[in-house]
Structures are given as C-alpha cells and as structure tokens.
Design a protein around this ligand. Sequence first.
Ligand SMILES: Cc1cc2nc3c(=O)[nH]c(=O)nc-3n(C[C@H](O)[C@H](O)[C@H](O)COP(=O)(O)O)c2cc1C
Length: 350
Amino acid sequence: MKHIFRSLRRRSHQFALRHARQNRFFSSVFYAFFSRRFDREHVGVLQGQQQFSISNGPEGSCSTTLRRNTHRLEKGLIMRPRKDVFALAYIEETIKAYQQSVSHANGQANEEICWAHDVLKDYFDVCGAHPLIDRLRKTFNSIPPLPLRCAPDRAKAFHPYHRNLKAPASVHYDELLKLAERRRSTRWFKQSPVPRELIEKAVIVAGLSPSACNRQPFEFRFFDAPGLREKVAELPGGTKGFANQFPVIGVVLGNLAHYYDEKDRHVIYIDGSLATMSLILALETLGLSSCCINWPDIEEDEIRAQSVLNLTTYERPVMFLAIGYPDPEGMVPYSAKKSTEQLCRWNYLG
Ligand SMILES: Cc1cc2nc3c(=O)[nH]c(=O)nc-3n(C[C@H](O)[C@H](O)[C@H](O)COP(=O)(O)O)c2cc1C
C-alpha cells in the first residue's frame, strides 16, 4: 500500500513538473501545490518587508531608509551637471527618517546620522527653490544639532569629496595578483587560537566593500568558543571530514529586513559575498587562511541553523567561513581556474 502511494505521488510529481516547465503560470501552480522548496524564501521575503515597515514606523530606527536615501542624495549631489532641484520623490521620507533616527539614537549620534546630517545640509544648501524643499529645509533646520561629543569622528565632515588620486594605489597589481594566487581554500589548520583582533581587522576591510544603496544588509558572526564552535561548524554539510580542524567558524548572515520589495531579495547574497571576498583577502594578508562553506537551501539544515544561531525567518546564512592559521603540512587542491578567454568577452551579445 505504502509502495503504491509513493509511486502515485512520484508520478503525479513528475506529471506536474513536466507541465510546470511550460510557462510561469504552471510553474507557480507547481510551487504552490507540488513543491514547497521556495516557501521559506517567500515567507522570509514577506516577513523581511514587514520588518522593514516596522523599522520605518513610529518606534523604528529608520536606519535602512536613512542609509539608502542619504546615498541617493549623495548621488544627486555629485551629478554632472547637477540638477537645480532633485530628490523630490523621496526628500520628505528622508527628513522623516533622519528625524526619527536622531530621536531613536537618544543623544548617541553615530557616523550614519552624522553622514545623513552633512549630506542633508549640503542638499538644502544647493537645492533651488521649491515649495516642498523650502518647507522641509525649515524642518531640517529646526532639528537640534547633534551633540559633537557623541559622534566618534565628528572632526571629520561626511560630505561627497574628491579622492586624492595624485599618488598611485599603494597596492601594486602584481602584489594583488600574488595575494590572489596565494589565497586558496584551506581545510587544514594549525590548532592554535586566532586572535580576535586579527579577524576584526579583516572585518574593517570587509566593511569597506560596495553594497547596493550602501545598505550593508549583512553581518559577520564568528564562533571560537569551545562547544559552540563545533555546533556551528557542523551545521553546513560541506565541512564533513574537516569540521574539527578550524579554530574559528564565521557565518555571513544576510538580513531581508532591509528591503521593501521582492525585487531586492537576492541582494543579501551579492553584498554579503562581495564583503566576504574582501574579508578573505584581508585575512590572508594577516597570515590567516579560510575556506568558504556552502549553505544550500535544505529544509532540515535551515531549521537547525535557525535554532542554533537563533535566527528570524528573514535572516539567512549567505555562507559559512572556516578560518585559522594554515597548517603547512596540509595540502590544498589544485582547482584549475578558467582562462581569461573563457571568463571575459567584449561586446558579446550572446
Ligand atoms: C560559495 C562557496 C561555497 C563553498 N563551499 C564549500 C564547502 O561547502 N566545502 C568545501 O570544502 N569547500 C567549499 N568551497 C570552496 C571551493 O571548493 C573552492 O573555492 C574552489 O574549489 C576553488 O578553490 P580555491 O578556493 O582554492 O581557489 C566553497 C566556495 C565557495 C565560494
């Protein structure tokens, strides 16, 4: 009986799959009734959006909106030629986010608020006359200035600026190439502890990576405490055979609460990975090696990770990262790379 039921289920699944491939409507029906493989992403994206709204609500910090809109204003400020009046579609939202961020910060201004303040000031200084802008300029000027002592680096101004390009980049191409050649996914490590300061130094470099609208929708969590490290290291399947080798495991955690719309649901993976690459290279310069560990979307693993890492539905690991001092006795795979010809095409339309 069980056998017949299983066979019927498999056949109906295959039948549905054949039709699902034909068009978007049938594929939606398939994923609604025959496969649940996307439903965690659906609920994660929707709950992330809800969290985004809460963050913009009366009790929220408005941080994401402030970051994104400040960035948009800066782009407007550096335009050549710059428009006399710009950002009409979102300046009201930005002022509201700024006001709320200031009151939420409770006198503890951080770099984000100082940056928003300086950019808004520039904006109102250069923007031409317009009833909306004139009204919001008054609102902005009425917000009490931030106490200087609260901002960590308030001697600095957080404006768009000209980079000093007179001196060449201090890292030569050949040096970067050598670093890239030296970096290999490492699975065998010395059993010596890794100073946390070194990892935090690498995070400083990672934190300077580009991210869509400067939202930086990720965080790095590192585990080096005995017991906890092992628990986290065993979450991803890709550590089999060397899960007990690395003294530190990192988790790159994406947060979907930074987005109001489904269109951005993949950005956590893009931004998180760009920052991770910088982190990996920075670690290498500090004598540390690493290995990215895959985090495929597998139901049981997700449930375990949610419980071990205490995650919400809108937080998701982008990948894990094994870190430590490389064991000189341990080998690394050759892992042949594709040629430049394979990776690079010019003016090619497919
Ligand atoms: C996103 C990602 C996931 C990976 N997952 C694993 C993994 O689960 N286990 C593992 O041993 N290596 C993993 N790797 C390492 C790759 O196998 C390795 O990067 C690739 O073979 C190239 O070798 P190289 O990093 O030494 O250049 C992963 C790498 C990336 C970028």
